[in-house]
Write a protein that binds this ligand. Structure first.
Ligand code: CLF
Ligand code: SF4
Length: 293
């Protein structure tokens, strides 16, 4: 933990189930799936099914408008005690859908300004929106950063859509990486608690992960979350081996020396609701609310 995080944000973080291992059995989060579009293509993702950077295969059951998200929040807030976090985690990228993300957060701030807001992004648009994130009062941002070497990144990303151009290969990975690193540093310098997610892919970035962790530590990141590749049906890595938890935990042990490690991630759906270990997303589908009316 770094001293540059203001005390009131550090205090809130103790109630964030992903940032605090102690909090995860007590405090619940809900994801609002208002961000369907993505601006890059990771080789491990098939959005027809899911977004691997924050969800397990298959899954969001619904995409919501900001107004529908507001209704869902009111519903869930009534039913779940200790709802501490509202997160936007796809199913695409929170910043590639910035207008929807921003509108949703503003609507929920009108209802409960002190709830913790949390965003998950691939980081490509951080240079454009990091100040907007700070202005909105968001103090928790997750950036998925799988490599700090574009040669390795090129094996993980099929393409990156940036400024109207489709980039591929090392050029795509280089632009993505530069934006991630600048964006992370910008946020941490302004007191935002940044978590970096790293998808560990056998024979591609597995031996490179300690370097990623050292680099993001330099930038003031609060915690890293090394997660296994889950080979998604229809993705380019569909037939790649799933990373074993034995290998993940061994890597976390190595990286723990540099920075604290998240060890309780559940690779949630983009519409997850409840405690991390007890997903209630199916109970809280908007079609169920309509049936109750
Ligand atoms: Fe959601 Fe992600 Fe915020 Fe948590 S999930 S946007 S930081 S509120 Fe948490 Fe789920 Fe793991 Fe993500 S257990 S996939 S780390
Ligand atoms: Fe999928 Fe997320 Fe990668 Fe976009 S950033 S391709 S939604 S895993």
């Amino acid at each position: 933990c770094s001293s540059k995080f203001p005390p009131h944000i550090a205090e809130k973080t103790q109630k964030h189930p992903c940032y605090s291992a102690e909090a995860h059995q007590t405090y619940a989060r809900m994801h609002l799936p208002v961000a369907p579009v993505c601006n890059i293509q990771c080789n491990y993702c098939n959005r027809k099914f899911d977004c691997v950077h924050e969800s397990r295969p298959g899954v969001t059951s619904e995409i919501l408008s900001p107004d529908a998200a507001r209704h869902k929040f009111l519903w869930v807030k009534e039913k779940i005690d200790k709802l501490s976090v509202v997160g936007i985690a796809g199913p695409g990228d929170a910043l590639a859908n910035w207008q929807e993300t921003k509108a949703t957060i503003r609507l929920i701030q009108e209802i409960q300004p002190d709830i913790i807001f949390c965003l998950s992004t691939n980081g490509l648009l951080l240079p454009e929106y990091a100040q907007g994130i700070v202005d909105l009062g968001i103090h928790h941002v997750t950036v998925t950063c799988n490599a700090v070497n574009p040669e390795i990144g090129a094996k993980l990303y099929q393409h990156v859509n940036y400024n109207g151009q489709r980039l591929t290969g090392t050029e795509a990975a280089r632009v993505l990486l530069e934006n991630q690193l600048h964006g992370i540093e910008y946020l941490t310098n302004r007191g935002v608690m940044v978590k970096v997610n790293i998808v560990m892919v056998k024979d591609i970035n597995d031996r490179h992960i300690p370097e990623v962790v050292k680099k993001v530590k330099e930038l003031g990141v609060f915690i890293t979350n090394i997660m296994p590749l889950i080979p998604a049906p229809g993705s380019n890595f569909e037939y790649w081996p799933q990373t074993s938890m034995k290998d993940i935990n061994a890597m976390r042990d190595i990286c723990q020396i540099d920075i604290q490690q998240m060890r309780h991630c559940k690779q949630c759906r983009a519409d997850a609701v409840g405690l991390l270990g007890q997903d209630r997303s199916q109970e809280f589908r908007m079609c169920n609310l309509q049936q109750q009316k």
